[in-house]
Design a binder for this molecule. Structure first.
Ligand SMILES: *[C@@H]1O[C@H](CO)[C@@H](O)[C@H](O)[C@H]1NC(C)=O
Ligand SMILES: *[C@@H]1O[C@H](CO)[C@@H](O)[C@H](O)[C@H]1NC(C)=O
Ligand SMILES: *[C@@H]1O[C@H](CO)[C@@H](O)[C@H](O)[C@H]1NC(C)=O
Ligand SMILES: *[C@@H]1O[C@H](CO)[C@@H](O)[C@H](O)[C@H]1NC(C)=O
Ligand SMILES: *[C@@H]1O[C@H](CO)[C@@H](O)[C@H](O)[C@H]1NC(C)=O
Ligand SMILES: *[C@@H]1O[C@H](CO)[C@@H](O)[C@H](O)[C@H]1NC(C)=O
Length: 628
């Protein structure tokens, strides 16, 4: 024993001066222990690390339980941990939850005591935090944003041979894209766990058309750990990997699993008004995505940033995506291509039909886009809007798509002026979608501009699959089925958004609200919209308070972004009151977790989209070394 420790310490000193983490990792995976004699220092370093990570605490049970009713998913993560040491120890709870979710509950059970997190306004939470710090306690807030998930982390001091149970609840309305609902569950208990369970239960009254299990953990090695059962209205997915499986699968290691399970499903639909669910206390949720619609020809203009910063891989991926997208245009679509830096370049000054000859020429143009110059976002969008406005719109759906990777640096550069120019040019006639490539963009600027023009902004992550992300986004809006959709609810009040400029194949419109005096007799829902040939009118005379609250808060937060002054404050207050009432951790609230006497108060915030994830910088060295 002494010898080993001596060797390790010696090697450790050696290692701290000479170690090179990536090369160690590569060497390790390539040649294993036996070949590594001359790399003894590195290897010993790894032994040193595993000594540090010695089993003085134990997750003896880790359960994830999701219940989905009418696309509204409530997930509870329960982790039970024991401190096996003869002294007290800081025990950490560290999980990832979907970006779109709101945390609604967090509790800890220690030694027969319950410590409940309470959702408070940011200011109150901040006050509590400051008080804690002034008492000489350091309070930790850790959160960061990834592509689809956010991290939440907390820890608590647990006395010798005592146990702690962490219980986190989050809620999310699953959004239909590409014709499916996707629920991503991240499993990373931090250790192999004897009693690991992931249970998903889905109940859809309309009927479930299919359920599938995907994600990094859905591999051959784990296939026998996954079971899936389905009846007409219900489905169950269970994932119970053994301890050995948790160490040996593709996304697993000595630290256990670190991967996703993605549950994918869709519901059965009809051709009419869709399904409306009511609760006895007078709330309703309406899901609208009829099946028998035909596609509407579209007019689409792509406005592509070719400024110097798009240099290299980004430009190449943009060209690849654009070529795919051009291939997918239907013959009765019209399209335009604009590239811009400090100048604006047209392929053609007007929209042209997507005939094979035109597409061939457009692809030539796309292949030859090169990066150069500065970024005149204002000029480019206005030009795109001009082209769409000059094109007859009757019986078709117009769409403007901007792709940029930077801030405006040429022409009009003041964001407010650009926004007002763009709003004026588009005048509510078609949606603007903004794709922000990478983390040098002012995402809030793009988001605000698209929301002002009934579109949305999406971040494209600078990664090897950026071209697929671009194509994936395009496919979401590739098939317009309805335009000018107005959802009307006679006898309804407190409605979430009811006007939608376009409805695309594969998506779904969701409206929630309350029924006045809970009087179902006088409640008449209708949808009026323009389909390919004519004005259509869908009408029919036929759990969900939290869905309403969730949608209302999300939409108020979007609205708040667009307002200023006292109106902004009013909308913000409204969103805040609802967040507090329904206990959602939103950008306006925080959750305060009071820990046992004498310990830090902890505050959970919802992190903000717009900052680059700092996962790697944040990981302790040994963790990034051991990470796959
Ligand atoms: C999961 O949660 C639901 C709702 O709270 C509960 O009815 C069910 O028993 C739980 N399932 C498991 C396996 O714990
Ligand atoms: C789809 O079917 C519904 C009911 O069958 C009908 O009312 C509606 O007009 C149809 N829509 C189209 C676009 O054919
Ligand atoms: C809509 O998408 C589905 C697949 O998700 C496809 O089967 C259907 O044909 C599409 N409808 C139209 C009108 O393109
Ligand atoms: C709901 O609507 C009623 C009247 O239509 C209004 O008085 C009330 O403030 C609304 N409540 C919320 C939470 O928006
Ligand atoms: C929704 O659209 C209808 C008809 O197009 C219009 O009368 C109404 O003002 C719009 N409502 C909102 C909130 O924009
Ligand atoms: C839609 O149709 C229903 C029934 O035919 C009718 O009562 C209603 O007024 C129509 N709504 C609109 C907005 O045209």
């Amino acid at each position: 024993m002494f010898k080993v420790v001596y060797l390790i310490i010696k090697a450790g000193i050696f290692a701290t001066t000479s170690i090179n983490a990536p090369s160690t990792k590569i060497l390790f995976s390539k040649f294993g222990f036996s070949f590594c004699h001359e790399y003894l220092s590195q290897i010993s370093y790894i032994i040193l690390i595993s000594l540090f990570k010695q089993d003085d605490w134990d997750i003896y049970s880790f359960h994830i339980n999701s219940t989905v009713t009418s696309r509204f998913a409530t997930t509870v993560i329960t982790s039970r941990v024991a401190n096996r040491k003869d002294e007290s120890k800081e025990i950490e709870f560290h999980v990832q939850i979907p970006k779109n979710a709101f945390i609604s509950k967090f509790r800890m059970f220690i030694d027969g005591q319950v410590y409940d997190g309470i959702v408070k306004t940011k200011e109150q939470a901040q006050q509590q935090y400051t008080d804690a710090v002034s008492r000489g306690q350091s309070a930790g807030i850790v959160s960061s944003v990834g592509r689809t998930m956010e991290e939440f982390k907390t820890s608590v001091n647990v006395a010798a041979h005592k146990k702690v149970t962490f219980e986190l609840t989050y809620e999310e309305l699953l959004k239909r894209t590409h014709g499916i609902y996707e629920m991503q569950v991240h499993a990373r208990p931090m250790k192999p766990v004897k009693d690991f369970k992931l249970d998903v239960y889905i109940y859809e009254k309309a009927g479930i058309s299919f359920v599938d299990v995907k994600g990094g953990l859905s591999t051959k090695a784990l296939a026998n750990a996954i079971t899936k059962t389905q009846t007409d209205e219900q489905a169950w997915v269970h994932f119970y990997p053994t301890e050995d499986q948790q160490k040996s699968c593709e996304y697993c290691g000595e630290d256990g699993m670190n991967g996703d399970l993605v549950i994918v499903y869709d519901v059965k639909r009809d051709t009419g008004l869709g399904d409306i669910k009511l609760t006895s206390d007078g709330y309703f949720v309406h899901h609208f995505a009829p099946t028998n619609l035909t596609r509407i020809p579209k007019n689409v203009v792509f406005v592509i940033d070719q400024s110097g910063s798009m240099n290299g891989k980004k430009m190449e991926q943009t060209r690849t995506a654009l070529l795919h997208i051009l291939n997918d245009l239907a013959e009765n679509d019209f399209f335009g291509l604009i590239t811009f830096d400090s100048e604006i370049f047209h392929w053609k000054r007007e929209l042209v039909q997507a005939t094979s000859e035109n597409l061939h020429l457009a692809k030539e143009f796309a292949r030859n886009i090169v990066d150069r110059g500065a970024t005149d976002i204002n000029g480019a969008i206005l030009e795109g809007a001009r082209m769409l406005n000059a094109h007859p719109r009757e019986g078709s759906a117009s769409i403007l798509i901007l792709l940029t990777d930077g801030d405006p640096t040429s022409g009009v550069t003041n964001p407010q002026r650009i926004q007002s120019n763009v709003k004026q040019a588009i005048a509510g006639k078609f949606p603007l979608y903004c794709l922000g490539f990478g983390f040098d963009v002012n995402f809030e600027f793009l988001e605000k501009m698209s929301l002002q023009n009934s579109g949305l902004a999406r971040r494209i992550y600078q990664d090897s699959d950026a071209d697929l992300q671009l194509k994936g986004f395009y496919e979401e809006v590739a098939t317009p089925l309805l335009t000018d959709v107005t959802m009307i609810y006679i006898g309804g009040t407190n409605l979430t958004q009811t006007n939608f400029s376009q409805f695309y194949n594969g998506s779904e419109i969701v409206v929630a609200g309350k029924i006045i005096d809970n009087n179902i007799e006088t409640f008449i829902p209708q949808v009026v919209a323009i389909s390919s040939e004519r004005k259509v009118n869908f009408s029919k005379t036929t759990v969900l308070q939290r869905v309403w609250a969730y949608l209302t808060v999300k939409q108020l937060l979007e609205k708040e972004l667009l307002l200023s002054g006292s109106e902004k404050q009013k909308v913000k207050d409204e969103a805040l009151q609802l967040s507090l009432k329904y206990s959602f951790v939103t950008p306006l609230t925080s959750m305060v977790v009071t820990k046992p006497e004498g310990e830090n108060t902890q505050i959970l915030h919802k992190p903000k989209e717009g900052k680059a994830p700092q996962l790697h910088g944040k990981l302790p060295f040994f963790q990034s070394l051991l990470e796959k």
